[in-house]
Design a protein around this ligand. Sequence first.
Ligand code: SAH
Length: 279
Amino acid sequence: MHNQRTQKASTVVSLNNKASHQQGKVWLVGAGPGDADLLTVKAVRAIESADVIFFDQLVSGDIRELFPKQVPAIYVGKVKNCHSVAQSDLNQMLVEHAQRGLNVCRIKGGDPFVFGRGGEELLELRQAGCEAEVIPGITAASGCATSADIPLTHRGVSQGCTLVTGHGEKELNLNWQALAGLNHTLVFYMGVTRAGLISQQLTNAGLSAKTPAAIIENGCRDNQRVITTELGTLSDAVSEHNVKSPALIMVGDVVNLAQQLNVIESQLKDASHYQSLSA
Ligand code: SAH
């Protein structure tokens, strides 16, 4: 599933050619939503100068291709309900590798500080006396929205945008009344399995079932799918199209703008087609 250089999470990286009494540094790197061209220059530099890389499930194959061949790359991703490495063990591994003098690149999907547990890792690293720095990445909301031609905000349509997690142990502990009353774009991460609940709670709280909604699956990747629907039919759309993670749910009038933009784009294409025919 992951490239062959990937090592088991329990692997202790050999210090053969890197014995040092100095501490290494840990970079918590945001990899963005999947397109390698969306990595920041700083992220690429951190990848290239790493002695060891720990990566998540959301780090796409295209980005893993950029990992230097000689550098051990250790998979520490999580599959739903099945954590391959417990967060506390992972934090400990990062600390231990840095204490052994290695430069550690801990790379994760999107932005480490947006539903990415980057704050917890940074806290543990700093508490353990490690030098650690976060490199921001393009978060899924921003990457998927641009890739689907849906502006997160738009003058006269949506004055703001709220990022919400659909993940919760049992119930989602959200203030639905407040979310419904914002009258602006709502973006749900990890919400696919809760699409029915999201739809029901928001409509119960007063948001129209006719509010435009979109589901963006595998945003910014070759296999991206954009499904447009309405809040009231969100759950049906998820089942009908068999939507799988990673997918993002956007709710708000901005979703309609994608259609307008597409219409204009195809009109422009038609116009240039006719021009080339008549030239
Ligand atoms: N730190 C990440 C979010 C991690 S939570 C970020 O800033 O983007 C994981 C959730 O992010 C997924 O369940 C999905 O809702 C969303 N996500 C991440 N990458 C995505 C992608 N390429 N396409 C669609 N959704 C994505």
